[in-house]
Design a protein around this ligand. Structure first.
Ligand SMILES: [Zn+2]
Length: 113
């Protein structure tokens, strides 16, 4: 049995470990704690936008460093609601599953004339 016949495990390979190590180096503190004005070492590298197994998103998506508590909290909120409530720089929720990202709920631009 060759190595390649094993199922691809996203978080269990050298490439991810290298990316995660780099992320914790450039952002060693928990981002959510920092937003709350606290200093807490980050231990987990998290995808800002949940990748849900999407390979492209997994490798190219924006990352953030989190402490264990915040990572667990984020995961639990996500599982309870079914979507992430994090908002992007434009103030709009980043999770495509968020109800605000349902095209039917998007604000309709004012029409001229
Ligand atoms: Zn934290």
């Amino acid at each position: 049995m060759s190595r390649n016949s094993r199922p691809h495990r996203l978080h269990n390979n050298r490439r991810w470990r290298r990316i995660a190590r780099h992320q914790l180096k450039i952002e060693p503190l928990c981002r959510f704690c920092r937003d709350e004005g606290r200093v807490e070492p980050a231990v987990i590298v998290d995808h800002v936008v949940p990748h849900n197994g999407d390979i492209t998103l997994f490798w190219t998506g924006e990352l953030q460093s989190l402490c264990r508590d915040h990572h667990e909290g984020k995961k639990q909120r996500l599982e309870r609601r079914g979507y992430d409530t994090s908002v992007g720089l434009d103030g709009w929720p980043i999770d495509p599953r968020h109800p605000a990202n349902n095209p039917a709920n998007k604000p309709v631009p004012m029409r001229r004339g």
